[in-house]
Design a protein around this ligand. Structure first.
Ligand code: ATP
Ligand code: K
Ligand code: MG
Length: 688
């Protein structure tokens, strides 16, 4: 069994495994440590990762990138619409409000969800890992942005499942980074926590976390982010700059041409990278469009001016991270800069002025998430022994609950809710440790519903659906009184996903509170005339998701277990999940067939060349003129066929052509071999 860490970015993917002597980042089929997060649909097969970026220009509209951020989003969200405008593939709104991606494949249009495309990336990474390790894998820890919603987390797990992976944990990117930083450091002072800020700037997003380190453990103090501020946005300012310039200078409108857009974007990304190391950089693109070659030039200062708005925006999540952690810049010991988008020198300047300390790049900027995930996987795996190290993470969202029978508690954390709407009770406030569990004690007479939702809509992207899921609890029978006391356990698991994990009817025994120790600090007991004032009973942080106080309940209580069913808004049903799995198997099978076909075609082609050569050399004295003529003709016919009708044939067609040729050549080959053997025997004889 291996322990694996996986980081799928919007641009690059990295995989890492823990080996006896440390952590290895694995190489893909091109021997690269980073694999493009791209899926491309050719006419008859998919291309994944590096192969996909290589075919992107041939199939611009069938090449999908930056798909991770589309998972679990609504098509109509303004931010999503903004993203989709920059992407060349076709999309539409799904029946559940999600995004559907339309791709040309096998002569028709196929429709995929972002989950399915992400699953293809997961499957590709699994292949890379399995080839490296020469064994099957499934257990892994996967990095996710801290801003992933409950639905995005669930769907990300689904995508991994479709690809045959078994994620032991979805881990916030910066938490993984902080783990790969903290576990090796032994020089933290004993006089109190050391606060470190991690700033991860990727292709599409920025994440900031402040972490407190003490000997043997780390605690996340805050997670903040800008979902839409990354390297891509810096490319975009260069893109619009040059698009405008070329319009004037060359009278071309790149916006009107998909391929020109893709090429100019790619050139601007390169330009940006050059500017990270050089004070100025040229831009040259041959035949960009309308058969015009374009030339441009930019100085770093000019780029920084164009990007000044973006640079300012980086301050926002940083200041928020300090505020959420209750710290001032002075208290931050160091700032670690990661994510390849952070390589722009001006970014370090902005951070230095904000945190009053020069940011450092101690960690490998592109690999730290995958490495941290691999470490976490080793810590969770029973077969690896890792130094005792505690990772305490938190959730950056406020999760509340509504009940169809009125309020279930009082705390609303000062959040203002629109008038006329039911006020949810805050079960897990922003900053709640994960995993956590809470037990609610409710008075209910029959089947009821609990709805989980984001209680503070300002924490979500504009236009996102704030409701998470609806739990139906029941049916059940109250014992004697018409309203039974029901205990409901709600869990925020290791992935940061919320669910109702158990519900049971408590038996009323008069004053038997001693039998149920959890009852002693119950805040619910007061019964008002109108409604039952229910409330939270207990908040527990559990190390393992099952290690909660409920273990104390006796057999009699377990008989009163109430059935729970959940409806995840926007989630995949079991049927959809297995359909997606089946589809992925089919697609992978088709890819395999096409790869094998290519191999067979190549084999036939090389056979033709090899035999033509041998007929005139090696086999020269073993073949009559007439035979040579006949075989040459067949070889030529096969070659012509390969360039014509046989260019795109089935695996069988190539195999049978090869067999036909072999029938002609084999007799000659065996004459040659017999002679060779005789000659060898003679040589051996003479040696004695
Ligand atoms: P995300 O975190 O948004 O999901 P990701 O993890 O794939 O994306 P990274 O690989 O961390 O993103 O960073 C990719 C970004 O870094 C791209 O925008 C790329 O252009 C940018 N980048 C890479 N090298 C440099 C450089 N030398 N200078 C500036 N930017 C760079
Ligand atoms: K990455
Ligand atoms: Mg990243």
């Amino acid at each position: 069994m291996s322990v694996v860490g996986i980081d799928i970015g919007n641009e690059n993917c990295v995989t890492a495994v823990v080996k006896q002597r440390g952590i290895d980042v694995l190489l893909n089929e091109e021997s690269k440590r980073e694999t493009p997060a791209v899926v491309c649909f050719g006419e008859k097969q998919r291309f994944l990762g590096s192969a996909a970026s290589a075919s992107a220009m041939m199939h611009p509209k069938s090449t999908v990138s930056q798909v991770k951020r589309l998972i679990g989003r609504k098509f109509t969200e303004p931010e999503v619409q903004h993203d989709l405008r920059m992407l060349p593939f076709e999309t539409s709104e799904g029946p559940d409000g999600g995004i559907l991606i339309h791709l040309k494949y096998l002569g028709g249009t196929h429709i995929f969800t972002p989950v399915q495309i992400t699953a293809m990336l997961f499957a590709h990474l699994r292949d890379i890992i399995e080839k490296n390790l020469e064994m099957p894998i499934s257990d892994c820890v996967i990095g996710i942005p801290s801003y992933f919603t409950d639905l995005q987390r669930r769907l990300y797990l689904d995508a991994a499942t479709v690809a045959g992976l078994k994620p032991l944990r979805l881990m916030h990117d910066c938490t993984a980074t902080a783990l790969s930083y903290g576990i090796y450091k032994t020089d933290f002072s004993n006089s109190g926590p050391t606060y470190v800020a991690f700033v991860d700037i990727g292709h599409c997003d920025t994440q900031v976390s402040i972490v407190s380190f003490e000997a043997g453990h780390m605690t996340i103090r805050s997670h903040t982010f800008d979902r839409s501020l990354g390297g891509r946005d810096f490319d975009e300012v260069l893109f619009s700059h040059f698009a405008a310039q070329f319009k004037e200078q060359y009278r071309i409108d790149v916006y009107s041409n998909v391929k020109a857009c893709i090429r100019l974007r790619a050139a601007c990304e390169k330009l940006k990278k050059v500017l990270s190391a050089n004070a100025e950089a040229p831009l040259n693109i041959e035949c960009l469009m309308d058969e015009k070659d374009v030339k441009g030039f930019i100085k770093r200062e000019e780029f920084e001016m164009l990007a000044s708005g973006l640079l300012e925006r980086i301050r926002v999540p940083c200041s928020q991270a300090l505020a959420d952690a209750g710290l001032t810049a002075k208290e931050i010991h160091s700032v670690e800069l990661v994510g390849s988008g952070s390589r722009i020198p001006a970014i370090a300047r902005v951070l230095a002025s904000l945190f009053k300390v020069e940011p450092r790049r101690t960690l490998n900027a592109s690999e730290c998430v995958a490495r941290g995930c691999a470490l976490q996987c080793a810590m969770l795996s029973p077969i690896f022994r890792v130094r005792e190290y505690e990772v305490q993470d938190i959730i950056p969202f406020t999760i509340g609950f509504l009940s169809d029978e009125g309020p279930i508690g009082t705390g609303s954390n000062g959040i203002l809710f629109p008038k006329g709407q039911p006020i949810p009770s805050i079960l897990f406030p922003k900053g709640q440790p994960i995993p956590s569990a809470k037990v609610l004690t409710l008075r209910r007479s029959s089947l009821f519903h609990l709805e989980a939702l984001y209680a503070d809509p300002s924490e979500l992207p504009a236009g996102a659906y704030p409701k998470i899921s609806c739990f139906t609890i029941g049916p059940f029978q109250g014992s004697r009184s018409e309203k039974a006391r029901v205990k409901v356990k709600v869990e925020l698991d290791l992935h940061g996903i919320v669910s109702v994990v158990s519900a049971r009817v408590m038996e009323e025994h008069g004053n038997d509170s001693k039998m149920d120790p959890m009852d002693t600090d119950c805040v619910t007991a007061s019964v008002s005339s109108e409604a039952v004032a229910d409330g939270f009973q207990e908040s527990m942080q559990s190390k393992s998701s099952h290690a909660t106080g409920d273990g104390r309940h006796n057999k009699a209580a377990s008989r009163l277990e109430i059935p729970i069913s959940e409806n995840i808004y926007g989630g995949m049903t079991k049927a959809e999940l297995s359909e997606a799995k089946e589809k992925e198997v089919q697609l992978a099978q088709q890819d395999r067939i096409m790869e094998q076909t290519k191999d067979k075609k190549n084999a036939l082609e090389s056979y033709v060349y090899e035999m033509r050569n041998k007929l005139f050399n090696t086999y020269r004295s073993f073949v009559s003129d007439q035979e040579r003529e006949g075989i040459s003709k067949s070889l030529q016919q096969t070659e012509d066929w390969l360039y014509d009708d046989g260019d795109d044939e089935t695996e069988n067609a190539y195999t049978s052509k090869l067999e036909d040729l072999k029938k002609l050549v084999d007799p000659i080959e065996s004459r040659y071999k017999d002679e060779e053997a005789r000659a060898q025997a003679t040589r051996d004889l003479l040696k004695c």
